[in-house]
Design a protein around this ligand. Sequence first.
Ligand code: CO
Length: 343
Amino acid sequence: MRAFASFAREILKIDTHAHFFPTIGKEEAESFMFAKPPWLNINGDDSAMMMDGDTEYRFVQSPLWDPVGRLKEMDDNEIDVQIISPTPLLFSYTSDPKNVARWSARINDFGAASCEANPQRLYSLCQVPLQDFDQARIEVSRSMAAGHVGVHLGTHVNGRNFDDPEMIRFLHYCATEGIPVLIHPWDMMAPERMPKYMLQWLVGMPAETHLSILSLILSGAFERLPTDLKVCFAHGGGSFAMLLGRLDNAWHRHELVRQDCPRPPSEYVERFSVDSAVFDDKTLQFLLDVMGDARVMMGSDYPFPLGEIHPGEMIKNSELIDDETKQAVLYDNAANFFGITND
Ligand code: CO
């Protein structure tokens, strides 16, 4: 465990949902032999275009790849610690697993090196070639030995959800090795129906996350996975909390729903965590009611377009949440989940 010197403030803050993108240019990206490699087209003025093959994907600023700029923004936002994870565009689950193992190692080494800018305040999650259990197992263990504090996974692998035996096998491996898991939406369902208005973010992402949680619950995976598996879902768990009553109702009334799931779905909320990226005080309070105060941790989605502009502000200023809960959500829950201490 690494320790960090705390700022002189009442409640420390850990941001569990913050992304990085390595400085991989076109030529290097193409050397990994993907059909559409992601890369960074840096403009030389602290900005860049994230590229998806030859397609412009997103305009970004230097803190995404420069840890010095990142730490400065953390100071401005009074964020003590960030858990940085690879941008989901980098997952590359559709490509050859051996190439993606090399690619993931490149990205993970960049993440670990970024944290060296301030090892007390920056911690990284690795990515793995989740399309191949053995390659994924090797890379996650290599990364953990190199100082990563967990693994960042997408919500599905080429259409396989988290009820897939190989994906459950990987989660089982993470549980036995004590590796925390953050699951993030990517490659959203039905993109052809969501071409405008950021609908893939507004509808696709919450639905993706909801689907991955239900895949684990309704398949009975939580019955087979060790209870000490640490798994957290991004964006407040997507649509899950609001639709839990609908799910329980369906479970009670239909054998189709409960055939592989022996207990009411609401009994499994104690098996996972969610981040706090819901952007509304009342919604956060509701999320805390559903999940319990120990299973929501601050996550901002920094530095991306739908991230919280001042990470942690909504929680800090909430009039609906008491100070004890703020302490848990802003710091304690994430510290416990990722094994971070400021002693
Ligand atoms: Co994100």
